[in-house]
Design a protein around this ligand. Structure first.
Ligand code: MD3
Ligand code: FE
Length: 203
């Protein structure tokens, strides 16, 4: 991990290329071990729409959504408790978060060539003074960030494999989403696609 001065995007800190290729490969291998225990699933929004992103989690809590709503759960939809957060992922949190608490949730999002994520806020956590840390792996993605309320101007940024973003302070409640991924833009994942890992304190 070669930490340099982050770029600022509306208060978010963007560490470009924080993870070198070897670290990215080791992280993908560790995430594969997690996915073997708790398979990726397509979450259903409370309104009954299937999300295009597939997800699973590690840590004390995983984020899920179904007819009962958005929430953190101590178990996978199939009943397993979530595996521990891989050490190589925890190291990134310690390096960049500035937080005094450990992350309680590691959400793993997988994007195929068609997947996207609409603009939303992350509001299911109890303490918004704790940052969110995001790690991008695989194909590039067009990330969009807006404001603390819906509407207004947005800014976009391509996130590449190895980039890490810290959403702390005033940026913690900004609307954000992924408009699209660029197929074939990385060879990290043999079948293509993008993984985003987000670390959060939940309680
Ligand atoms: C800005 N994931 O899982 S990560 C999510 O790439 C999520 O999969 C996207 O949004 C992804 O909730 C974006 C970057 C991110 C994550 C959390 C944020 C940006 C954020 C929280 C507040 C502001
Ligand atoms: Fe989010």
């Amino acid at each position: 991990m070669q930490k340099s001065v982050p770029l600022d995007l509306r208060g978010m800190q963007v560490f470009r290329g924080l993870l070198d290729l070897e670290e990215q490969k080791r992280m993908v291998a560790a995430l594969r071990d997690v996915v073997r225990e708790v398979p990726l699933f397509h979450p259903m929004t409370p309104s009954g729409k299937r999300m295009s992103v597939r997800m699973t989690s590690a840590g004390r809590f995983g984020w899920i959504t179904d007819a009962k709503g958005y929430r953190y759960s101590p178990t996978h939809p199939e009943g397993q408790t979530w595996p521990e957060i891989p050490e190589i992922v925890l190291k990134v949190w310690l390096e960049v978060s500035g937080a005094t608490r450990a992350p309680e949730s590691c959400l793993i999002n997988f994007y195929d060539a068609e997947a996207k994520m609409g603009l939303h806020q992350d509001r299911d956590e109890q303490d918004f003074s704790q940052p969110v840390v995001s790690i991008s792996l695989g194909d590039e993605a067009l990330f969009r960030v807006g404001n603390e309320t819906r509407g207004g101007k947005t800014e976009s940024l391509w996130l590449s494999s190895g980039d890490v973003v810290v959403m702390g302070g005033a940026s913690r409640l900004l609307y954000h989403g992924i408009d699209r991924v660029k197929p074939g833009s990385s060879s990290l994942l043999p079948k293509g696609g993008r993984i985003n890992v987000t670390l959060r304190v939940v309680t």
